[in-house]
Design a protein around this ligand. Structure first.
Ligand SMILES: C[S@@+](CC[C@H](N)C(=O)[O-])C[C@H]1O[C@@H](n2cnc3c(N)ncnc32)[C@H](O)[C@@H]1O
Length: 291
């Protein structure tokens, strides 16, 4: 299988990008937890208590619920969550009854927060967080019944390697659900540099190349769903809510952090609305290794 050295410069960009919001995020999470525990009289949390901040993609738990419908005999399933962020999807899957979820997250502070949240809902025995780069992670092959990768491959410079690793980690007939950005046309130098440097989305592919790469990796595509309009609307809504609550954000975040979040939310609303990138949900099955 292809191996790679980790791309330090892209990891640094990623780490800086997520690092910029991390302290604020951590303060926001602590505040949300203190409100939830106050509301409940006792500090026993439900996974849904975290949904306002732990589903770091569009549509809340909806894409995760769609992924769950792809899995059979959930109680004996092992699932891999690639680029798991704060672990919201992984916990939702475990809560639904999945036997074991392995959550791979490269940003150490995000992995740490995920581990803390897992413990608060007593799912730490069934959701294992691996704080490492998925592209170089040492994962068991032919082992997972399902792989989920929501808005994470877009950050990885070598998408071919990421997709091949997904294929290798799946059992034959294992299912996957990927949500990702693709480019409807070649990006200008300025656009690609913005995508790479500002939001850490290097080397985005066209949909055709993406589907071809999946096939070459031994992954059959069962459905492809264009999500751009839904994501664009959601990201404009997120931007509006953020701007309407800007003053309240200043209670939890520094002025510079608020400006950074504003830039990130504005950029993602614009690039989806202007179709510089498009969003897709791709569901499929591993065929390699099936004779
Ligand atoms: C937009 S967030 C999505 C998080 C999660 N999948 C969700 O939907 O809630 C993307 C996550 O992918 C992680 N990530 C990016 N590149 C990665 C890599 N090479 N290995 C592991 N995680 C990675 C980021 O650190 C970030 O937490």
């Amino acid at each position: 299988m292809p191996q790679r050295q980790s791309d330090e410069s892209q990891l640094e960009i990623l780490s800086k990008m997520y690092g910029r919001y991390h302290l604020g995020l951590e303060r926001g999470v602590t505040l949300a937890l203190s409100k939830a525990s106050y509301r409940k009289d006792c500090a026993s949390f439900l996974t849904s208590d975290f949904h306002d901040f732990d589903q770091e993609h569009f549509g809340g738990t909806e894409p995760v619920d769609v992924f769950l419908t792809c899995l059979e005999q959930l109680h004996s399933c092992q699932v891999l969550d690639v680029g798991s962020g704060l672990g919201g999807a992984a916990r939702h899957i475990a809560q639904a009854g999945c036997m074991r979820v392995t959550a791979v997250e490269v940003h150490p502070d995000r992995a740490r927060l995920a581990i803390m949240l897992n413990k608060l809902v007593a799912l730490d025995k069934r959701v294992e967080v691996l704080p490492c780069d998925f592209l170089t992670a040492d994962l068991d092959e032919n082992s997972y019944d399902g792989v989920l990768a929501i808005l994470s491959i877009l950050h990885m410079p070598e998408k071919q390697i990421a997709l091949k690793k997904i294929s290798n980690s799946l059992k034959p007939s294992g299912r996957f659900l990927i949500e990702d950005f693709v480019c409807p046309r070649p990006l200008t130098e300025e656009e690609s540099s913005f995508m790479r440097e500002e939001i850490s989305c290097p080397n985005l592919m066209s949909l055709d190349s993406y589907l071809h790469t999946l096939n070459s990796a031994g992954l059959r595509v069962d459905s492809v769903e264009q999500r751009t309009v839904v994501w664009a609307e959601a990201s404009r809504g997120r931007l509006k809510t953020f701007r309407d609550n800007r003053l309240r954000y200043l209670n939890d975040f520094s002025h510079a952090e608020v400006e950074d979040i504003n830039r990130l939310f504005t950029a993602s609303a614009n690039m989806l609305t202007d179709r510089i990138v498009e969003g897709y949900r791709i569901i499929g099955t591993k065929t390699a290794g099936i004779s």
